[in-house]
Design a protein. Structure first.
Length: 149
């Protein structure tokens, strides 16, 4: 089998492997294989093919891969979920909220919560959701107090 064909097949296999292995590492090696295939097709010796493979793989790995990873990670940084819509809403404390734990009723549902600044918020206090951490609401007093029943 011709050397250029071996390099070409190896490059294709590495690109198929890229589908299953994240991080663009097989793709970098695949580009090196394609460059080595061109070198082999031009009748350069095996040492030159290995040198081209190594050089192209290294250049792609240190220069192009970080750019693509940055572009890909920018789209994956924050996944908005339906729970994020609760930020900014006002609820009422049903069971005293401290820096550790408490319960807040919001839109008819009771949520596990804690206070943002460590302040103890008694039952009946209106609170505003500042952020969501996992399934826990981080709340702060809204300045209105209602007597609990």
């Amino acid at each position: 089998m011709e050397a250029w064909l071996v390099w070409l097949i190896l490059g294709i296999v590495l690109y198929i492997l890229e589908i299953f292995v994240p991080g663009l590492i097989p793709a970098c090696f695949g580009l090196g294989c394609f460059a080595a295939a061109i070198t082999a097709a031009l009748d350069f010796n095996f040492t030159a093919q290995i040198a081209v493979f190594t050089a192209v793989t290294f250049i792609v790995f240190v220069s192009i891969r970080p750019v693509f990873l940055k572009l890909l990670s920018r789209t994956r940084n924050h996944v908005t979920t339906n729970i994020d819509r609760l930020v900014g809403m006002v609820g009422i404390v049903t069971d005293e909220v401290s820096n550790l734990q408490g319960w807040v009723k919001l839109e008819g549902e009771v949520w596990n919560s804690r206070s943002e600044d460590g302040q103890i918020l008694p039952s009946g206090t209106f609170v505003r959701v500042v952020r969501v951490e996992g399934n826990k609401l981080i709340v702060t007093a809204n300045g209105i107090h209602q007597k609990s029943n």
